[in-house]
Write a protein that binds this ligand. Structure first.
Ligand code: GDP
Length: 250
């Protein structure tokens, strides 16, 4: 059971001033509308409707936050979330690329998202969700270029891989890697970008995405303090002491 399964709705923000002040690390999901962002978040969190809450009228242009930790388990929706105990936040950014979005709404989007991804200190990484059949559309590139200068990682998830045959999948991945490796910093060094294929119905790439996200959030098993039990063999050589530690993890 992944820690992402604990995700529960935390808060929503339509202005930078409304962003939560929680110090926990955040990972944000960005993507064009219809790219499969909600489906991907829901599958990762093993919940049917979590991210679709972001699609309710009036919330589509908001930034929605889901908390990990700080509550018993996601099913106990009535329990209050203990804010101090939140371990991480998943952030669902408004989908972009609606043809009919008006000029002023577009401006609001640009300001809100641009400022959020460029300046948010708690943000540790960006997940860029793109349809594997048409990745790197202009607004995806815009998002990438807003975030790249922060030097923080971007993980690209190419959705709907079930629509591609084997050759097309290989090509999609190769082309994405080519695009990503074309970005270099002022010293000619690559950015911490990565990419994978994903399919919700076929669960392709689910484990890979889960691992990557937990690792970026510092929530992987090996990035946490060891808990109790001497039992399982965590390979590494110099772990003779062990066994005492506390039971902080859930
Ligand atoms: P969002 O606007 O980015 O949140 O996109 P949704 O998650 O609502 O998905 C848009 C459409 O794509 C829906 O009809 C989903 O069922 C479909 N979809 C999402 N992910 C996949 C996938 O991996 N494979 C296929 N075949 N369809 C998908």
């Amino acid at each position: 059971m992944s820690k992402l399964w604990q995700a529960r709705f935390f808060t929503t923000a339509n202005h930078l001033r409304d962003l939560p002040t929680t110090p926990a690390p955040e990972i944000a999901f960005a993507g064009r509308s219809n790219a499969g962002k909600s489906t991907t978040i829901n599958l990762l969190c093993n919940q049917k409707n979590l991210a679709f809450a972001s699609k309710t009228p009036g919330r589509t242009q908001h930034i929605n936050f889901f908390s990990i930790g700080g509550a018993l388990v996601s099913q106990h929706r009535q329990d209050p979330t203990i804010v101090e105990e939140i371990k991480a936040l998943l952030v669902d950014l408004p989908g972009y690329g609606y043809a009919e979005v008006s000029g002023s709404a577009k401006l609001h989007w640009q300001q809100l998202l641009g400022e959020y991804v460029k300046k948010r200190e708690q943000l540790v990484a960006l997940v860029l969700v793109m349809d594997s059949r048409r990745p790197f559309m202009p607004l995806d590139i815009q998002m990438l270029e807003w975030f790249a200068p922060t030097g923080k990682p971007i993980h690209c998830i190419l959705t709907k891989a079930d629509k591609l045959n084997r050759n097309e999948s290989t090509n999609a991945l190769r082309q994405a890697n080519t695009v990503l490796s074309s970005y270099v910093d002022e010293h000619g060094l690559p950015f911490p970008f990565s990419v994978q294929l994903f399919s919700a119905p076929k669960r392709i790439g689910l484990e890979e995405a889960d691992k990557k996200i937990l690792s970026l959030l510092g929530l992987s098993e090996d990035s946490e303090p060891k808990t109790t039990s001497t039992s399982t063999s965590t390979s590494t050589s110099t772990s003779t002491s062990t066994s005492t530690s506390t039971s902080t993890a859930e």
